[in-house]
Every structure is written in structure tokens, then in C-alpha cells.
Ligand binder design. Structure first.
Ligand code: HAS
Length: 551
């Protein structure tokens, strides 16, 4: 039963959206400064440090914007599909404020120049303790959202004995399970290693342990970003295009596969690191290739939904459906371009995961190009596509034709900017340009001359993208304060006839089974190598620990 979202629950989701869009503006501005510095044509004023700007950019966009948007969007999906009690809502506000305090602490520390450690905060780079404490609070605050979402589904299931859960709620719970399990890793390294070390309570830190715990979190993090986009692709886009969901079982299967395979793969970020036995790297690379499968299932499902919708509108021939898609509707166009970008973006991921090829691209700006295609295009354009209807739904306003048109322009600006910027990054990376460095334009080598042109390409693309950010922030404000009062549709797709939706196996909701298999896979992938790392971390034994005075 689909209900509208009550006002007090809309306010909650909007609070998360506010933080997300303010972050977009601040983080985007930092991105603009960065590409200018890397072009070699610009020096930062007032002694601002490149790495400080890069840290603000990565933390604010990669961690703050995404997490707030996702939690707000997921609350809206849960409110829409299974409702929220007053107690759940109050707890959600507590979680929001815990996150906000943490975010402000982290942001202020970075802005004061006390935490220029980038979003990966690799030791032995060290930040002021408030950076790590702030991060820990953000994580703890986000756990409120996890347990509230789990409780919402648990409550619904108790009230609807024997019934299958609504697809949206099922997807939200899977995503929050992934988030909860993976943030245990980052919470462990921050609480056990970084906070005591930065407070001076201990004088050494085991670098490889900290990086391994970070990447135990870092890869599932990218699926935590991706899955809300997939939620929209599976459950909302079919409605926007006037079609139906292709298959309930396939959608659930794909999400379960993400739960199983997105976590035990962190070593593919550490393929070049000594101290991890190649056998375990190999195991995790195999598991990485497993996590490609649910994306391929999703691609299949999307094509099926598009074709079905097109044929229902009279499309003929193999590709006739393409013309019947609603190209002038920004709620469709933005996510669609996101999907299209995921074809090269996903191919890039497969290249990254392939051991020998990883040796070519690792630590080059190719990787930055990869994640600007995936998270900054596929995910962000889908989030923008969601915002066009979600913000009016939450504020009791409507998406006007004018804003729809401006949204189409914004989508095109973003696509052009990102194609130039990410394309330049991929090429410069292949030529050897390093990432995470402000000195890439004058390495003094002949090679550096080859990639300098692409660094300027990045600056051009980055400038166009910044215009895209300004447009999007304007649209957000317009939809929040100026758009006409009215009722905007919360698009929720129905299943196609003959989907066999009633026959979706109840096995898919056997949470003990799926969480159990997930735990077993994590234990297989990590137990032995982790013990090995603790005992024999390079370059000496027992564990190479960086003394605090050397940084
Ligand atoms: Fe990645 C590095 C491997 C997906 C984000 N990745 C990163 C980093 C980030 C990131 C942020 O194995 C850098 C971290 C850092 O700071 O160091 N990635 C993969 C693989 C996948 C993948 C195998 N990544 C993502 C997604 C991200 C993301 C998604 C964000 C949201 N990645 C790596 C590896 C590294 C890495 C290594 C480490 C590199 C290094 O050495 O440092 C896969 O999940 C990709 C599977 C995807 C597909 C595509 C399916 C296509 C679909 C679209 C269908 C289109 C339709 C439209 C229907 C197989 C679903 C129709 C279109 C028409 C034109 C008609």
C-alpha cells in the first residue's frame, strides 16, 4: 500500500538533503581549485595548501554529500513503502545531530589546516584528533539510520506475517547491512589505532593494519553509493518511463549478491602493497569479479524495462524502443546518462581489478578518472535525477517545466564537463601522471610534457562541472523555496504482468542465511591474511610501526 510521506518525516529527509547540497557547493569549489593547481597555471592564494583543498574535496563530496543524500533518500523510500513511527523518527533526528556534530568537527579541523590527510587518511600522515573523533561520530550517527531501517522492516514484517517485504524496503535494508558491516572496519582503525595515536597515548601505528581496515570499508563504501542509484533504476525509473519493473526476483537477487560480494574485496585496492600474500590478493580479485555479476544483471534488467516500455508504446524493430524513451524528462535523462557512463566506468573497474593491468594504472590519475565516471557521474547524475522529484515531494511543491528544462541543461553541462575531465584523467593516467599530487605537471621528465596538455583538459572540464554544480544548487533552492505549491508525484513502479512476483522465493528474505554467508566469506577472505599482516607486516616483524616523531 503506497502512502504519501507525512510532513514531519519529510522534514527529516530534507534535513539530510540540506547538508548534502551545501556539501556539493563547498566540495565542488574545492574541486575547481584543484584542477587549476594541477594544470600548472595557478597557485593557491593566502598560502592555502593543495592537500588541504584535496582533503576538503574528498571528504565533503565522497563521504559527507553521499552519506547524507543516501540516508535522507532511504528514509523517504522507507516512509513511502512501509512507514515510520514517531519513536523511529525521533531516533533518526538524534542520529542526524550526532552526524552533524561529527561533520562540523571534521570540517573545521580540515579548514584550519590540521588534517590535510586526504579522504583515505593513510598513516603515517597524521591529523589532529578532532578529525578522527569527528569521523567516528559521523559513523556512529549513521548507525542510528541502519538500526532504524532494520527496525522499520522488522516491525512491518511482524504486522504482515508471511508477506514479502516491499522491494524498496528490502533494498534499503541490504544497503544498510553493507554499510553497517563495512563501517566496523573503519570504526576499528579510527578508534583503536588513529585516535590513541593522534592523542599521543601511543607512539606507533601499524600502517598495513590501518590500510587494510580502511579498504575493508573502502570498497563496500562504493557500493553503498551505487545501490541507492540502483534502487532508483529498479523501482522508480520504470514508472518515469511509463513502464513496469521487469523482475522482482532478479532485482532482489542482484542486491543479495552485492551483500555477499561487496565486502571481501578490499585487497584489490592494495594489489601493489607488500606484506599481503599474493594468494589472498588472488582470492579477493576472484571475489571482485563476482561482484561485477549483479551489475550485469542490473544492466540486463534496465534494457528489459526500456524495451518493454517502448514496445507498450508501439515501438517496432530491435531498437525502436530507444526512440520512445522520455528524453525530455530530466527525471529520466539524468539517470539514463548515469547508466550510460557506467558502461565505460564499469569496464574501467574491471581493468583496475585485473592484477597486471592494475600495475599500469595504480596510483595514477586514471583511478581518479575511474571514480569520477562511477561515483561522480553514474551515482551523482542519478541522485540529481532523484532530486528533481524528491525535493518537491518533500517540500510540497512541484517540478515546473522551466526547472525541467534547466535540469536538462544541467545534465548536459555535467556530461560535457565530466567527459572532458574524466577522459583527460584516464589518458594522463595511462601516460603515467600520478594522482594525489600537486606536482604532476613538472615532474622534470619528458613524460610529464606528454600529459601536461591533459592536465589543462582537466581544468577545462572541471570549470564546466563547476557551472553544473552552481546550476544544481540553484535548482535545489528553487525547488525548496520558489517552485509552485502543489502535489508532485513520488514515482513508484509496478510489476509487469507475468513477472511471477508472487512466486519470488521467500528464501530471499532469510536474513540469517545471507548475513551468515556474508560473514563466512569475509572470514575466508580476511582471517589468515590479517593474522599474517599483524605478525609479519613489512619491513620487519612484528609489524612495521611508524614512530610519531618522523612525520
Ligand atoms: Fe572502482 C578504485 C574496481 C565499480 C569507485 N573505485 C576505485 C576508487 C573509487 C571507486 C572511489 O579493482 C578509488 C579509491 C581510492 O581513492 O583509491 N570498481 C571496480 C570494479 C567495479 C567498480 C571491478 N568503483 C565502482 C563503483 C564506484 C567505484 C560503482 C563508485 C560508485 N575500483 C576498482 C579497483 C580499484 C577501484 C580495482 C583500485 C584501483 C587502484 O589500483 O587504486 C565494478 O563494480 C564495476 C562493474 C560494472 C559494470 C557495468 C554495468 C553497467 C551498467 C549500466 C547499464 C547501462 C544501461 C544504459 C542500461 C560491469 C549497470 C543503456 C545505455 C545505452 C547507451 C543504450
Amino acid at each position: 500500500m503506497i502512502k504519501s510521506i507525512p510532513k514531519n518525516q519529510s522534514r527529516l529527509a530534507m534535513a539530510f538533503m540540506w547538508v548534502a547540497f551545501i556539501s556539493l557547493l563547498i566540495g565542488g569549489l574545492m574541486g575547481l581549485l584543484q584542477v587549476f593547481v594541477r594544470s600548472g597555471q595557478f597557485t593557491l592564494p593566502f598560502g592555502i595548501d593543495y592537500y588541504q583543498v584535496l582533503t576538503v574535496h574528498g571528504v565533503i563530496l565522497g563521504l559527507v554529500l553521499t552519506t547524507y543524500f543516501i540516508i535522507g533518500f532511504q528514509y523517504a523510500l522507507m516512509s513511502k513503502s512501509i512507514g515510520m513511527t514517531n519513536l523511529e523518527r525521533k531516533m533518526a533526528w538524534i542520529g542526524f545531530f550526532v552526524m552533524l556534530v561529527g561533520t562540523i568537527m571534521t570540517a573545521v579541523t580540515i579548514l584550519l589546516g590540521k588534517a590535510s590527510v586526504l579522504y583515505t587518511f593513510y598513516a603515517p600522515l597524521q591529523a589532529h584528533p578532532t578529525f578522527y573523533i569527528g569521523l567516528a561520530l559521523v559513523v556512529v550517527g549513521s548507525w542510528f539510520a541502519c538500526f532504524i531501517n532494520f527496525h522499520q522492516l522488522y516491525r512491518w514484517k511482524k504486522e504482515h506475517k508471511g508477506e514479502k517485504s516491499p522491494l524498496m524496503a528490502f533494498m534499503v535494508v541490504i544497503n544498510m547491512l553493507i554499510w553497517f558491516i563495512c563501517t566496523l572496519g573503519v570504526a576499528a582503525t579510527v578508534l583503536i589505532q588513529f585516535i590513541p595515536w593522534s592523542l599521543g597515548l601511543v607512539t606507533e601505528i601499524d600502517i598495513l593494519v590501518s590500510r587494510t581496515l580502511f579498504w575493508y570499508f573502502g570498497h563496500p563504501l562504493v557500493y553503498f553509493w551505487l545501490l541507492p542509484a540502483y534502487m532508483a533504476w529498479y523501482t522508480i525509473i520504470p514508472k518515469v518511463i511509463g513502464g513496469k519493473i521487469f523482475s522482482d526476483s532478479l532485482a532482489r537477487l542482484s542486491f543479495i549478491l552485492f551483500l555477499l560480494f561487496s565486502i571481501p574485496v578490499g585487497f584489490h585496492h592494495q594489489l601493489t602493497e607488500p606484506g599481503i600474500d599474493p594468494f589472498w590478493k588472488y582470492i579477493q580479485v576472484v571475489l571482485t569479479f563476482m561482484v561485477v555479476i549483479p551489475s550485469l544483471l542490473t544492466a540486463f534488467s534496465m534494457f528489459a524495462s526500456f524495451e518493454m516500455a517502448g514496445r507498450a508504446k508501439g515501438a517496432k524493430g530491435k531498437l525502436g524502443w530507444f526512440k520512445k524513451l522520455p528524453w525530455k524528462d530530466v527525471r529520466f535523462l539524468a539517470p539514463f546518462i548515469g547508466m550510460a557512463a557506467f558502461i565505460p566506468g564499469g569496464a574501467g573497474g574491471i581493468i583496475n581489478a585485473s592484477n597486471q593491468l592494475n600495475g599500469v594504472i595504480h596510483n595514477t590519475i586514471w583511478v581518479t578518472g575511474h571514480f569520477h565516471l562511477t561515483v561522480a557521474t553514474t551515482v551523482m547524475l542519478t541522485f540529481f535525477g532523484i532530486a528533481y522529484w524528491l525535493i518537491p515531494v518533500l517540500t510540497g511543491r512541484t517540478l515546473t517545466r522551466k526547472i525541467n528544462k534547466l535540469g536538462i541543461i544541467q545534465t548536459i553541462v555535467w556530461t560535457v564537463g565530466m567527459t572532458i575531465m574524466s577522459g583527460s584523467m584516464h589518458i594522463a593516467g595511462l601516460l603515467g601522471a600520478p594522482r594525489r599530487s600537486s606536482y604532476s605537471e613538472y615532474g622534470g621528465t619528458e613524460q610529464a610534457q606528454e600529459w601536461i596538455g591533459y592536465q589543462i583538459g582537466q581544468a577545462i572540464g572541471g570549470t564546466i562541472l563547476f557551472i553544473g554544480i552552481l546550476l544544481m544548487v540553484y535548482i535545489f533552492f528553487y525547488l525548496t523555496f520558489r517552485a509552485p505549491i502543489g502535489i508532485e508525484e513520488f514515482p513508484v513502479a509496478e510489476y509487469r504482468e507475468g513477472d511471477g512476483v508472487d512466486r519470488t522465493p521467500m528464501l530471499f528474505e532469510n536474513w540469517k542465511l545471507w548475513i551468515g554467508i556474508t560473514a563466512v566469506l569475509i572470514l575466508i577472505a580476511y582471517t589468515i591474511p590479517f593474522i599474517d599482516i599483524i605478525q609479519n607486516a613489512p619491513p620487519g616483524s612484528p609489524g612495521f610501526k611508524w614512530p610519531i616523531g618522523n612525520i
